[in-house]
Unconditional design. Structure first.
Length: 188
């Protein structure tokens, strides 16, 4: 089935062609898609794309470097981190124990917020009230290390992320984040 057929069928059935294409792609032998769908693990997971046993042919491969760099980069705003911290703070109550999955994440998020605020004068302005910095791998690791995100704590943080990420079947008492806070957490 080609794109035009899917769009035409969607119009006659008053249905969304995008979701129809996702359904028929499961049984297709050949699927054409933007390679950003394949490079970004969050997009891949969100669309349910598995690369296992596939042969990938990339057109316009000269753009691949930029797309891969973009997929491996994260843009986190102070506002998004503060919103995430607020959601995690509401999940951590005085009654929650030391094993509360939100605690380690909250510590790292609050440390990053402090770092941004403490270093805001050194981060260059790129437009009105928007600042951005690019750090080498070593510099980024040092910043994350100071915030408590170390190699040794990575599996703990990943486990905590899994427990606080939104899912319909989470057990009661585990915090569920809003979509924007979950997206911020996933970008980290």
């Amino acid at each position: 089935m080609v794109t035009e057929d899917i769009v035409s069928k969607g119009k006659t059935m008053n249905a969304c062609p995008f979701y129809a294409a996702r359904i028929v792609a499961v049984d297709a032998d050949i699927v054409l898609c933007p390679y950003t769908y394949l490079l970004d693990p969050l997009v891949r997971a969100g669309l349910g794309i598995s690369l296992k046993g596939t042969c990938i042919i990339i057109d316009e491969a000269h753009n691949l470097d930029d797309a891969a760099r973009s997929a491996a980069s994260a843009e986190l705003s102070l506002e998004a981190l503060e919103e995430l911290a607020q959601h995690l703070q509401s999940a951590v109550t005085p009654l929650s124990g030391p094993d509360d999955p939100a605690r380690p994440l909250l510590f790292v998020i609050e440390s990053l917020i402090r770092w941004i605020k403490d270093n805001s004068m050194q981060i260059p302005s790129i437009e009105y009230e928007r600042f951005a910095g690019v750090w080498s791998g070593e510099e980024a690791i040092a910043i994350l290390h100071a915030a408590g995100a170390r190699v040794e704590t990575l599996s703990l943080l990943q486990n905590c992320h899994t427990k606080v990420a939104p899912a319909p079947d989470l057990e009661e008492g585990i915090p569920i984040l809003t979509g924007s806070s979950a997206a911020t957490l996933n970008r980290m």
